[in-house]
Write a protein that binds this ligand. Structure first.
Ligand code: PBG
Length: 330
């Protein structure tokens, strides 16, 4: 073909590169994770997540208004639960006046059109730091799924648009769908963390919520009996297809960068929107290397996030959402 075909012609200027660019980012791609704490006037920087914060409800209100004004229209809420409210069964997760329930209302009052998604799993509420109920060293499946159904209903009653179960119990999508439908919440959506791997990249998030598995006898030290083995690929397809059959409206792959092969396979295999979570450890790596002056923060951030979209993400949950949108709006 050469010299008739010269591929570099399409790279000669920014204008031609922009014209033929196959993947572009927009504020509509993003889901913004937000960490919420009790208190007033609290904006706490998370040590292992520089420039990312936990907000008390009053400052959460300000933050979501500012997100909305930037064109960011969807948030994913996480709460840091005070130690004295933690137990083994997630009782506080069902409290209609709990922090999550108040956070949902706060966001909806501040920005009625903001899409509110909520994390559904027991870990922030668990004395043991597990996503489910622990008994004799085992994370109970069906008992946990039942609580997750009740928790989802409680979030829907508080005004959540979507619930996002991140726990990886079997059958929980069906249990949640039934709990919502039985109470008339037929339009509350489910974004399932369908292919969620047992990853070491969640460390900073567990710092943020103080939700790491505790070190005690008869308590599993990791989440490998419910989150997926990172060596597996076919299993991700199976998990995702089962969640869709059970009623998931949106499926997710998590983490992002190391799992973009899985993202592409799932995107090709299913016909529901695919979300990707660029997780806390991925955020921390870029922050740490750029603080050292070893990587160009914005350049690496844009490259990674564009790659996530190119791999097949329809939705990107990212702690960089604001930073990216600031660059897009320049
Ligand atoms: C809890 C949950 C986790 C994350 C989202 N929901 C941590 C975990 O499974 O231990 C991780 C998010 C991140 O690292 O940014 N079920």
């Amino acid at each position: 073909m050469y010299p008739l075909q010269r591929n570099r012609r399409l790279r000669t200027s920014e204008a031609i590169r922009a014209l033929v660019r196959e993947t572009t980012l927009s504020p509509n791609d993003f889901l913004v994770p937000l960490f919420v704490v009790e208190g007033k006037g609290v904006k706490d920087e998370i040590t292992s997540m520089p420039n990312y914060y936990r907000y008390s409800l009053d400052l959460l209100e300000k933050e979501v208004k500012s997100l909305w004004n930037m064109g960011l229209k969807a948030v994913l809420l996480f709460v840091k639960v005070p130690d004295n409210l933690k137990d083994n069964v997630g009782k506080e997760a069902l409290n209609p006046e709990g922090l999550m329930q108040r956070a949902i209302k706060t966001v909806k009052n501040a920005c009625p059109d903001m899409l509110v998604m909520t994390d559904v799993a027991l870990d922030p509420y668990s004395v043991y730091g597990h996503d489910g109920i622990v008994k004799n060293g085992i994370i109970l499946n069906d008992e946990t799924a039942k609580v997750l159904g009740q928790m989802s209903l409680s979030h829907a009653q508080a005004g959540a648009d979507f619930v996002a179960p991140s726990d990886m119990m079997d059958g929980r999508i069906l249990t949640i769908r039934e709990a919502l439908d039985n109470d008339g919440f037929i339009n509350t959506g489910i974004m399932s963390y369908s292919a969620k791997y047992a990853s070491a990249f969640y460390g900073p998030f567990r710092d943020a919520l103080d939700s790491a598995p505790v070190d005690a006898t008869d308590i599993p030290k990791d989440k490998k009996t419910y989150q997926m083995d990172f060596a597996n690929r076919s299993e991700a397809i199976k998990e995702t297809e089962m969640d869709i059959d059970e009623g998931a409206d949106i499926v997710m792959v998590k983490p992002g960068l190391c799992y973009l092969d899985i993202v592409r396979e799932i995107k090709n295999a299913v016909d529901v929107p695919v979300a990707v979570y660029q997780v806390s450890g991925e955020y921390a790596m870029i922050k740490a290397a750029s603080e050292k002056g070893w990587l160009d923060h914005d350049a690496v951030m844009m490259e990674q996030i564009t790659s996530i979209k190119r791999a097949g993400a329809d939705i990107i949950a990212s702690y960089f959402a604001k930073d990216v949108v600031k660059i897009l709006n320049k």
